[in-house]
Design a protein around this ligand. Structure first.
Ligand SMILES: [Fe+2]
Ligand SMILES: [Fe+2]
Length: 410
């Protein structure tokens, strides 16, 4: 089969991307399009980019809805290899026979078609041609995939002229095919700057709203470069351990914790981001593993199965993510129960876990309002709700939570 590959940040995925995909399919040059959201960008993200799992799931939801029944799929290949996501590496990895065959079959392509030899086409806009030789190992890219270039009316790029120019640069004539698309003027950066997402599919609008995506990520400007990089890296690493919903929840908790820290003690922002983003890291490990890690950490202090992931999370944060700061590890350990004499960091993570933007278990508007003005009052409101839930279900309250409630005055 002829397989078109469309890479990009997709921050957000918008109608311009949709028009590229549609144009490539309609051209008949490719049978399938695989959309590849970027993992580790070769250019420093500079904290202007949404963490990779947000962009991946936002793109996946839009593609699955808007290209339903069409051969358009989204790949997480850039999360699967370590190191920087260069186009060349991505094409090498995705075109491995074992990967591409399994990927196509898992997306419903018939076995006989999936097991053919495939040709790959890198889909891009014509605007890249005048500087294409500056791409990392551009000549090698052309050895693995042809370029499939979208040509827009009036885009001002003479493609034949560019092919001849690139032939002069590389010493061989690149295989470049073109297809026409209708001009959809859409630029992700402008959408973010203007906070106007009109030119995105409905599912993307919904996703941005649910996670308050482009407001929340601004908090990354409160942390050091190293912590921002850790946040991006952990977000990719967590993809291996958590399903969509919990991964996005835990990223939201990291960002909201950082926002609260900035209000109550800006010196805590870095630690709040890390504690928040890792607080549920152990929650989808299998039960026996959670239990043994919890026991290793705190003996039988956390007997209830639902609590294991908190101390186990501290063990995992240290072992898998290299976090050794005891305050961060404590905030992870006590995020479900609370404890007596909660530190400000404990309180921040506890509250952010309950109030992150995607949480809808109750009307949280009052809690959210209080959380940015009076953290103890917000905690009191949250813990009161927890107490009522336990009482109505006849469940006993953990001694650590009782200590926490006594401190709050409940
Ligand atoms: Fe949790
Ligand atoms: Fe959580």
């Amino acid at each position: 089969m002829n397989i078109g590959l469309l890479g990009g940040a997709f921050d957000p995925f918008h109608k311009g991307h949709e028009s590229l995909i549609k144009g490539a399919l309609d051209s008949g040059i490719v049978d399938v399009v695989i959309v590849i959201p970027s993992g580790r960008n070769p250019f420093k993200p500079g904290r202007t980019m949404s963490a990779a799992p947000y962009r991946f799931y936002m793109t996946k939801e839009a593609v699955e809805k808007d290209f339903k029944g069409k051969k358009v799929f989204v790949s997480d290949i850039e999360f699967m290899y370590s190191g920087t996501s260069f186009t060349l590496t991505t094409i090498k990895e995705i075109s491995k026979v074992s990967y591409i065959r399994a990927f196509l079959k898992s997306n419903g392509i018939k076995e006989s078609a999936a097991e053919e030899n495939h040709d790959f086409f890198w889909i891009t806009g014509s605007d890249v041609l005048p500087t294409f030789e500056k791409w990392h190992e551009a000549d090698k890219i052309l050895g693995l995939a042809d370029l499939l270039v979208a040509s827009r009316p009036g885009d001002g790029v003479d493609i034949d002229e560019q092919i001849t120019r690139l032939e002069g640069v590389f010493g061989f004539r690149p295989d470049i095919k073109t297809f026409d698309i209708k001009g959809v003027e859409a630029a992700s950066s402008k959408m973010r700057d203007d906070n106007d997402f009109d030119k995105t599919p409905d599912s993307v609008k919904e996703f941005i709203k649910t996670h308050d995506l482009y407001n929340m990520r601004r908090v990354l400007s409160y942390v050091s470069d190293g912590t921002a990089e850790d946040f991006y890296e952990y977000s990719i690493k967590l993809y291996r351990y958590l399903g969509e919903k919990r991964l996005l929840h835990t990223l939201n908790v990291g960002l909201l914790s950082c926002k609260y820290a900035h209000i109550y003690d800006p010196a805590l922002c870095d630690r709040a981001l890390i504690a928040g983003v890792l607080h549920d890291c152990a929650k989808e490990l299998d039960d026996s593993m959670q239990q043994s890690m919890a026991y290793e950490h705190s003996g039988d202090m956390f007997e209830d199965k639902k609590l294991w992931h908190s101390p186990a999370g501290a063990v995992m944060a240290e072992r898998e993510f290299g976090v050794h700061d005891p305050e961060i590890l404590d905030a992870i350990t006590y995020h479900t129960t609370g404890r007596g004499n909660m530190t400000l960091l404990d309180k921040i993570v506890y509250l952010a876990d309950k109030l992150e933007p995607a949480r809808t278990y109750a009307d949280l508007s009052k809690d959210r309002e209080l959380a940015v003005t009076d953290i103890d009052a917000a905690l009191a409101l949250c813990i009161e709700r927890v107490k009522k839930k336990f009482e109505s279900r006849g469940m006993s309250i953990h001694p650590l939570t009782i200590d926490f409630m006594n401190d709050i005055g409940l």
